[in-house]
Design a protein around this ligand. Structure first.
Ligand code: KG4
Ligand code: ZN
Length: 334
């Protein structure tokens, strides 16, 4: 069987559609939403309205770029969760309507599993079992991946996600949303050990980032009291130091997980896996620990429908289809 599938992603603030045939991505169109920029974060109601505006042209463009007619499709896939309810509803409703109209089966995809499966879009692909550090705006997880569709979360954040920690510290520095990529950019000119921030100790393989965020807030307030231009004068050093701390917390837990599980196939996924500091530190740790590391191409790190299509491909082969009755699940588990 060589399925041709249209996949739709709309869990947060990117509207995306992709076409996959026989496991090869033929197109991957992503429409970003600038409407949130001036609010310093994603506004759910504005996100769902923007998805409604984008979904028809994005799907049309994905089919056109793939050179695939609707009649050639064998399934329609969509992100069922986790994500923002109003955003998920647009993608799910569109997929259901298209499936109904074309008489095609539906495939639901769990967004975080799809981030992990982004590793199967291009070579080199990780060998099973592998560990995947999945780091995004909403999640921070260490996932034990036994096969394409068999995954277990063995560590996760108890409060904020690491992407949220990046974005919230960026906001405190007066940087626009999403601040993660900007912190990354400024950090490249800064000294990572210029300022020290406390690391919260957490049990086992779990993470906690809310304490660090608060410590950072007090640090900035105190410094600004002493010197009003502190942030502007030290931006690169502040960004490098906060990034260094966040990356250190992530990699220390990942190393612990790898040693406990005796696994040396290590992957990273999700929006924060685009971070250059994380990538560099991961490669250094890989050398010391004897790991084989896998990092997705930039366009497959942040939200995209190609990863949803990849997950749908494996679900199609496993015969895992979804009924027309399903509703989106904002807190969908694996
Ligand atoms: O996976 P993603 O696109 O959406 C979610 O599912 O959340 O991740 C978005 C997150 C945001 O917090 C963004 O700031 C962060 O990924 N991010 C980065 C970088 N690129 C994106 N954080 C740090 N450095 C980057 N280069
Ligand atoms: Zn995501």
């Amino acid at each position: 069987m060589t399925p041709t599938i249209l996949a739709i992603e709309s869990s947060c603030d990117e509207t995306s559609a992709a076409v996959i045939r026989s496991g090869c991505i033929l197109s991957n169109v992503v429409a970003n939403q600038d409407v949130h920029l001036r609010y310093g974060g994603v506004v759910p109601e504005l996100a769902s309205r923007a998805h409604q505006q984008h979904i028809v042209p994005v799907v049309a463009q994905a089919l056109q770029e793939a050179g695939v007619a609707k009649a050639e499709l064998q399934a329609v896939a969509f992100t069922r969760g986790p994500g923002l309810l109003g955003s998920l509803l647009v993608g799910a409703s569109f997929a259901k309507a298209l499936g109904l109209g074309l008489g095609l089966p539906l495939i639901e995809v769990q967004h975080m599993m799809a981030h992990v499966l982004a590793h199967f879009i291009d070579e080199p692909r990780p060998n099973f079992p592998f560990l995947c550090l999945t780091v995004s705006g909403g999640h921070t997880q260490i996932v034990l991946v036994r096969s394409h569709l068999d995954m277990e979360i063995i560590g996760q954040t108890q409060d904020d996600a690491v992407g949220e920690a990046f974005d919230k510290t960026a906001k405190l520095l007066g940087l626009p949303y999403p601040g993660g990529p900007l912190i990354d950019q400024y950090a490249q000119q800064g000294n990572p050990t210029a300022f020290a921030f406390p690391e919260v100790s957490t049990p086992g393989l779990d993470f906690s980032f809310s304490g660090l965020k608060t410590a950072f807030l007090y640090f900035v307030q105190e410094q600004v009291k002493k010197s009003p231009n502190f942030v502007q004068e030290n931006l690169a050093d502040i960004c490098a130091s906060i990034q260094y701390t966040l990356v250190k917390v992530l990699l220390n837990k990942l190393r612990r997980a790898a040693r406990e599980q005796q696994i040396r196939e290590i992957a990273i996924a999700g929006g924060v896996s685009a971070n250059s500091g994380l990538r560099a530190a991961l490669h250094q740790m890989a050398e010391r620990e004897g790991w084989q590391v896998y990092v997705p191409a930039f366009q497959y790190c942040t939200d995209n429908a190609a990863m949803i299509a990849m997950a749908a491909h494996y679900k199609f082969l496993a015969g895992q289809f979804t009924s027309q009755e399903v509703s989106p699940l904002p807190r969908m588990a694996f």
